[in-house]
Design a protein around this ligand. Structure first.
Ligand code: GLN
Length: 283
């Protein structure tokens, strides 16, 4: 089997994946231990028998629906290779929009304190910590398995400015040292949402996806509890469902945030909302 023959197996994945071509290339790169450019430079090269057997085994797993990120054990986020497993959400490209927005909000802060709530793989905290070496970053998750994975990722990336801990949202924190940015990609999907039965989501833990009250309960808790943990002029930035923007803005305004704004993801969906804490001067 040549590389071109292997890439042509894409058609076997078309019924299970919207990204069949990409999936086949990623599996093949993994088996060959080569970058994607190699596949298109050497299409006529033959796979060794062991490589062919391994490729066919990985392809079979993908045909059964297993996410590529679980088959390979990692996913790239913000150009950082992150280990993933069944205990956390697989980082999504659209979540990189939160990183971009955070960078633009805090571009004048030389150093500060970041809190990532429900960190999962550590994606948001680690991406921002890699951009802000002088910031102190906290990455919290209620799940000990998720926190262990985030810590492994932190260690592998050598990011000494991140502390990972187990915490049910704010419970492990005291409010004495406020944060300049609190960021979160919490569970926000309604338990009845039909998307939960489709694609990669079926292999992710419900605890990272599903929230009561039409998906808004955790967002309500985070937005309603953040103020005491924020520094003056600090920001809260959360990811949410594409139909939740107006409800989330109402939560921000009720909690006393100002400059509340929703931003869109790469697909043009309203995906994240930010608000600022501004302490009014006493008259
Ligand atoms: N955006 C993800 C999805 O649609 C869900 C992420 C989350 O619940 N935080 O699958």
């Amino acid at each position: 089997m040549s590389i071109a023959n292997a890439l042509a197996c894409q058609h076997q994945l078309e019924s299970v994946s919207d990204t069949a071509g990409l999936d086949v290339s990623l599996l093949l790169c993994h088996v060959l231990d080569r970058p994607r450019s190699y596949l298109y430079t050497w299409p006529e090269r033959l796979l060794a028998p062991a490589q062919q057997a391994q490729f066919c085994a990985l392809l079979r797993r993908r045909r059964m629906g297993e996410p590529v990120a679980h088959i390979l054990g990692y996913r790239e986020f913000w150009s950082l290779p992150l280990q993933v497993n069944a205990h956390t959400l697989i980082p999504r490209p659209d979540t990189e929009c939160l990183v971009e927005l955070a960078l633009s909000l805090c571009q004048n802060n030389e150093a500060g304190r970041l809190l990532d709530l429900g960190t999962g793989t550590g994606a948001l905290a680690l991406a921002l910590a890699s951009e802000w070496p002088r910031w102190q970053c906290w990455a919290l998750d209620r799940s000990p398995e998720a926190a262990a994975l985030a810590e492994q990722n932190r260690h592998a990336l050598g990011l000494d400015n991140v502390r990972v801990a187990v915490s049910d949202w704010f419970t492990a924190l005291d409010a004495n040292e406020p944060f300049h940015l609190i960021i979160s990609n919490p569970p926000y999907i309604d338990a009845q949402d039909p998307h939960l039965d489709q694609g990669d989501v079926r292999f992710e833990p419900a605890s990272a996806l599903v929230s009561p009250e039409s998906g808004l309960a955790d967002l309500r808790h985070i937005v309603g509890s953040s103020m005491p943990y924020l520094a003056d002029n600090g920001y809260l930035l959360v990811e949410h469902g594409y139909q939740q923007a107006s409800a989330v803005r109402t939560l921000f305004v009720s909690a006393g945030f100002v400059s509340v704004e929703t931003h869109r993801d790469y697909g043009g969906n309203e995906r994240m909302t930010v608000g600022q804490k501004v302490v009014q001067a006493k008259l």
